[in-house]
Design a protein around this ligand. Structure first.
Ligand code: RTP
Ligand code: MG
Length: 154
């Protein structure tokens, strides 16, 4: 374990998958120097959607959010690197793509709050990254290997 081993959970949402943005989004994290630890193309069922977005249960947009996230396949990932949770959120942009700066993923690829292309763990919610990784991945699915480029990133 080292100072740059923080892991965070990221997911291309159904709109991002349908629009062919998986490769573009993966490339951005690779280009940044982050290390891919796990990836899974999958469908989220109702139970998983309720658990993943449990913090929003009872809010007016909750049912629509669950319908949307279960409406088609997603691409779930774990990325590792220094300050990974905060840095990935900065790359993602604001919750509303309309408020997201150009250069961020939502600012470059989204226009609508309900179709914001990507999910990433909230860095202001302590432990959210670990909880979400555990929710989506078994320990054996987290791949242990050396990323050679790390010697030049850090
Ligand atoms: P996410 O969890 O999906 O990565 O998004 P986030 O942290 O930026 O935003 P969050 O507050 O966790 O909200 C989850 C998703 O719910 C939808 N939303 N709709 N109508 C509304 O007021 C509203 N607020 C949030 C968004 O699609 C957001 O990504
Ligand atoms: Mg959130």
């Amino acid at each position: 374990m080292s100072h740059h081993d923080e892991r965070t959970f990221v997911m291309v949402k159904p709109d991002g998958v349908q629009r062919g943005l998986i490769g573009e989004i993966v490339s951005r994290f690779e280009d940044r120097g982050l290390k891919l630890v796990a990836g899974k193309f999958m469908r989220i069922d109702d139970d998983l959607a309720h658990e993943h977005y449990g913090e929003h249960e009872g809010k007016p947009f909750f049912d629509g959010l669950v319908d949307f996230i279960t409406s088609g396949p997603v691409f779930a990932m774990v990325w590792e690197g220094a300050d990974a949770t905060r840095q990935v959120r900065a790359m993602v942009g604001e919750t509303d793509p309309a408020e997201s700066a150009p250069g961020t993923i939502r600012g470059d690829f989204g226009l609508d709050l309900g179709h914001n292309v990507i999910h990433a763990s909230d860095h202001e919610d302590e432990g959210a990254n670990e909880r979400e990784i555990d929710l989506f991945f078994d320990d054996e699915e987290l791949v242990d290997y050396d990323l050679d480029t790390s010697a030049w990133v850090y």
